[in-house]
Design a protein around this ligand. Sequence first.
Ligand code: ADP
Length: 603
Amino acid sequence: MKLWNKYVQYYLENFSPSDVNKDVGLPYLRDKLFISILLISLPIGFLMSAAGIIASIASKQIIIGTYDAFAFILVIFLFFLKNQSINTKKILYSVNFYIIAVILYIYLGTRGPAIVILLSCSVLITLYQGKRAGLITVAVNTFIFFVMTAVLPFNSSDIKFFQDFSVESWLGVSVNMAAFNVLVVISISFLLNQLNETFLKEKTLQTLLKSESSQLLIAKQKAEESDRLKSAFLANMSHEIRTPMNGILGFSSLLGEPDVTNEQQKEYIDIINKSGTRLLNLINNIIDISKIESGLMDVNIKVININEITSYVFNILKPDALAKNLKLSFVNGLPDDKAVFKTDDEKLIAVLSNLVKNAIKYTDKGSVEFGYKIESSDSKDFSICVKFFVKDTGIGIPSDRRIAIFERFIQADILDVQAREGFGLGLSIAKSYVDMLKGKIWVESEVGKGSAFFFVLPYHSDVPEIKNAAVDVFANDFKQSRIKPNILIVEDDSASEIYLTVLIKNLSNKIYYARSGKEAIELTRNNPDIDLILMDIRLPDINGHEASRRIRDFNKDVKIIAQTAFGLEGDREKALKSGCDDYISKPIKKADLLFLIQKLCNI
Ligand code: ADP
């Protein structure tokens, strides 16, 4: 078999006809069969013609021997004929055998191999050329039989054929032969077609099976990946809830112990505080992501000063960087009076502070630098953009995780090797915000060297210039250069009231207290020296919105800051509509409240 394959290979490489079908299917199989027949004809043809020549010399039938020799030469010729189409070869090969058959018929009669050769030609031609060619051979065979019948009356004793049959019996034989011939050709071509159809069906099924199994493999890998992510997510979530809870519960019970020193008390409270903030972050992020997903997150575009935002983010996160001994710095791309453009400031702050927070979190030594530049944009939607950057010298992000980290609950470190706090929501929220602001966010990074996050936002310069806009509010906690305001705290919850008092006691001249909406209205009416009201919204009698509305009826100057714990989209608009000047959401951060008071009271 090996030898045979080498033989076929050799032939195909050196003498392959130009038009051999290369496609799979019946035409290809037919061409392949013909080439095999041709190849095998060389040794077999040699034996056959040698036998024929010897027999013809012995029986003095020279013509048979001569044609045998000629037929063999023709096979050799066909074998070595290069650049000839396979169809021509098939025709020449078939005609050759027909001539042999006719000569044998005439000179050896029905006892010679002529009938077998004619029938074999029919079978072979049906196999290597097709049903139509097969039926033509049947017609040719029948024609030969009937010509023989027709010439029978001209009896010639020299020719063998004429000595074997009478006209009637030969006619009978011919009809039988023709019928049998038709049967054979039709059966073979039917069988071939059936085999071919089965073969093609199997081929299609195989292709289908292959594609389905590869899809199955992909689905399996995805399922495994999602399983891993799910387990990582659950483990992470549980960790992110339990750790701060542990801190809060553990240290609050320690606070109750009798021998706690002042020093320890401070330390425990600090831990409780940090744990609470961490838990709150998780809750805020989950609320944000659900708002984004349910399409409830609105975009509030207004004129803002970018330098105010960079210094705000810097001041808020400076303590975190200091605690890790990292150098935190920022670079503004525009002077304060030019740094104005239109965007949603809350979302911009959220994105920038998230990226800086991450940069600090994932950097153990070195520096974190952020800032922005005005650049021409390659986006088709806007020609100039503000390009923000946050660069760190931290752990870096592997290249195969640089896209995934922007998805929900995905962290670069699935196996939790680095084990830093976080739950994989910050970047997906950042990306959603940047998308909402019609921008783009991406990361460049090198593992072990650091990461650089970039985002661009469209820059619209059609806004008025704001003078001295950037204010460093928190550098010295609070500037007390101006007269302190009188502040009214409207709050029904005593813990919140105490908390607010502690926050503002150093910057207020006098603090008034009201426990209900009605009380707040009365106090404001009777004390026109009140400069600012911190108005809770949920109050026992009339709510904070209604109270603010009624206060506005008689006092347009007092500043009102609404404080709510709902954290809903639209809170701000509702507050502004009812006459408040601004809005702050609970839990109130000291820095945020001081910033607002300073802004509203111009101190
Ligand atoms: P997380 O709460 O886990 O920080 P994020 O969505 O903010 O969630 O970030 C997703 C993941 O991206 C992080 O878990 C971390 O693996 C990776 N990552 C984000 N920022 C950085 C950075 N500056 N350096 C290295 N890895 C980062």
